[in-house]
Design a protein around this ligand. Structure first.
Ligand SMILES: [Zn+2]
Length: 261
């Protein structure tokens, strides 16, 4: 899909139900408030990064600009997908396998646009929607696998979804990575990116003052077009996400939360 067609299709994605209109307004107001008075601008860092993404699209929505900026400077960025992305309401095995393959291909295309080679992309292929309820042994194996990847690539920065991101797989991704870091015996900066947080959370209730104090924003203006093109690669997702949701990710900044280490 060309970016022009994509932007045209976004017009159709403006919120249409009352709930979506409220969520859209809520998330827009929160975002404006955070950007204008609570978050600090941060200079682009030249540190290598590993981005953990629960599903095939979160990395681009949350960190697409950051990834593209780093890659333009030749800085290593590795992306790890935790789930197979197969749970989108398809009950028949064939359609589920099909959507898994489609989402994998979309991820490779999107990350190719952002400058990440396929050799730096890993799919852990856990069933979509199950990360929070992995059986003990499988959970330990997943943590060990994450620790091995951290050891192998030794990233200086690690990006994970926000620990209160209002989505089970997203919050579980944070926990799994947080547990894997000490196992990998490396020192990293753990940085959280919000996906559903502004959309679903009654933020003033959920976030503590120290959370808000840890917010910063990065200008991604030079690579905004690349991010839009990468988002438009996720054709299978664009139509299934709530109307108005994607708008937040089309701006010239990305928001991150520093983690206490
Ligand atoms: Zn997700």
């Amino acid at each position: 899909m060309s970016i022009k067609k994509y932007l045209q299709s976004l017009q159709k994605l403006l919120p249409n139900t009352l709930l979506e209109q409220i969520q859209y307004l809520h998330s827009s107001l929160l975002l404006r408030w955070i950007l204008s008075s609570k978050s600090q601008p941060v200079a682009f860092s030249q540190k290598s990064a590993m981005v953990f993404s629960p599903h095939q699209d979160d990395e681009t929505f949350g960190c697409g600009g950051l990834i593209a900026l780093k890659r333009e400077y030749g800085i290593p960025v590795v992306v790890i997908f935790l789930t197979d992305g197969g749970s989108t309401g398809h009950t028949e095995p064939n359609s589920q396998n099909q959507i898994i393959q489609i989402r994998k291909q979309e991820a490779l295309t999107a990350l190719g646009i952002l400058g990440v080679p396929s050799s730096a992309i890993h799919f852990l292929e856990k069933p979509d929607g199950t990360l929070l309820n992995l059986k003990n042994q499988e959970r330990q194996q997943t943590i060990t696998r994450i620790a091995e990847l951290l050891q192998k690539y030794q990233p200086e920065e690690v990006y994970v979804p926000h620990h209160k991101d209002c989505h089970r797989d997203h919050e579980a991704t944070y926990e799994l990575v947080k547990e894997a870091i000490p196992q990998a015996k490396i020192t990293v900066e753990l940085i959280q990116y919000p996906i559903w947080l502004f959309w679903r959370a009654p933020l003033f209730i959920m976030l503590k003052l120290q959370d808000i104090a840890a917010v910063y924003h990065l200008s991604i203006a030079p690579v905004q077009d690349k991010k839009h093109r990468a988002i438009s690669s996720y054709c299978s997702q664009i139509q299934s996400l709530p109307s108005g949701f994607i708008q937040r990710f089309l701006g010239s900044t990305e928001i991150f939360f520093k983690s206490e280490s």
